[in-house]
Design a protein around this ligand. Structure first.
Ligand SMILES: NC(=O)C1=CN([C@@H]2O[C@H](COP(=O)(O)OP(=O)(O)OC[C@H]3O[C@@H](n4cnc5c(N)ncnc54)[C@H](OP(=O)(O)O)[C@@H]3O)[C@@H](O)[C@H]2O)C=CC1
Ligand SMILES: O=C(O)[C@@H]1CCC=N1
Length: 276
């Protein structure tokens, strides 16, 4: 910490979609703008973020000097130049929190000063509305206290679980990318409403509220999804006719294959950076 008993200063390196969601969520959760910093490549993006949130931008070396926690939120493909800038600037006691899909904690440990604590996190974009699902894993030098710090930060923007780092590629495929699968499904169901002749605005309202209702039932009843689906599926009714079509079209198998492909891509993103 920069001062005894002070809350940590957090710098987000790469305030794109997920970085901005985190900054916004932390502000809503009670962090002060002067406890936060961000770095961005584009001057116009920086100015826009500062105007929206009142948070100052800084270059990577200045952010590394000031912050106690550095949250790395650049695309995995952009990590090398960032690490080149970060390595000479990072303080020995700085906690590195990586949100990058696929990148192992070992990459950061190899490129940053010896003993640097690193926590790998896979969040998701519902962070924007305080409903993120984040999974966290410690690197070699991250202590229980470091994990607790990250948990406390992320609890402000949603739910947090601890997983072994070996599970992070699967987590990335499941909950990291997961919101996109639901959005895809909602988009397709709205199209189905259009096919059936409903006005778009009506179809959107019907499907979005059905999605909210179904998600709330899953979260609040604790029932297995099969039980909840069975309760909708009347004998010789409408739902079973639709389910038969979903099974005929291999939707379940498609989801298994899709999520496996996402897991493989996460592994691949990490493999590019494996030590020789
Ligand atoms: N989007 C999502 O749902 C999730 C993303 N993630 C992970 O979060 C990370 C960011 O993803 P996302 O927010 O979608 O990506 P974005 O491209 O929206 O954000 C990355 C930002 O970082 C900036 N940037 C790149 N290099 C640097 C640098 N050296 N210094 C300062 N800023 C830099 C980029 O600028 P520029 O635009 O100029 O390149 C961009 O604004 C990725 O690693 C991704 O795997 C994890 C979970 C979910
Ligand atoms: O698509 C991606 O690579 C990122 C990681 C998880 C969600 N979005």
């Amino acid at each position: 910490m920069t001062q005894a008993n002070a809350r940590p200063v957090i710098a987000v390196l790469g305030a794109g979609k997920i970085g901005e969601a985190l900054l916004s969520g932390l502000l809503h959760g009670g962090r002060q703008a002067d406890e936060l910093l961000f770095t961005e490549r584009s001057a116009s993006r920086s100015a826009q973020l500062t105007e929206t949130y009142g948070i100052a931008s800084a270059g990577v070396p200045a952010a590394a000097k000031k912050a106690d926690v550095l949250v790395v939120a650049v695309k995995p493909q952009d990590i090398e130049p960032l690490l080149d800038e970060l390595a000479p600037a990072v303080r020995g006691d700085t906690l590195i929190v990586s949100l990058c899909a696929g990148l192992p904690t070992a990459l950061f440990e190899r490129r940053l000063p010896a003993g640097t604590p690193v926590v790998r996190v896979m969040p998701n974009t519902p962070m924007l509305v305080g409903e993120a699902m984040s999974a966290i894993s410690p690197g070699k030098h991250a202590s229980g206290a470091h994990l607790a710090t990250v948990e406390e930060l992320l609890a402000v923007v949603g739910k947090v679980v601890r997983v072994p780092e070996s599970q992070q590629d699967a987590v990335t495929a499941l909950s990291g990318s997961g919101p996109a699968y639901f959005f895809f499904l909602v988009e397709a169901m709205i199209d189905a409403g259009i096919l059936l002749g409903l006005p778009r605005a009506v179809a959107e309202k019907l499907i979005i509220q059905s999605a909210v209702g179904a998600a709330t039932m899953l979260a609040e009843t604790g029932e297995h999804p099969v039980i909840l689906r069975e309760a909708v599926t009347s004998p010789a009714g409408t739902t079973i006719m639709a389910i038969r079509e979903l099974e005929n079209h291999g939707v379940r198998a498609a989801l298994l294959a899709a999520i496996e492909a996402a897991r493989d891509r996460s592994r691949e993103l990490g493999r590019v950076h494996e030590a020789d």
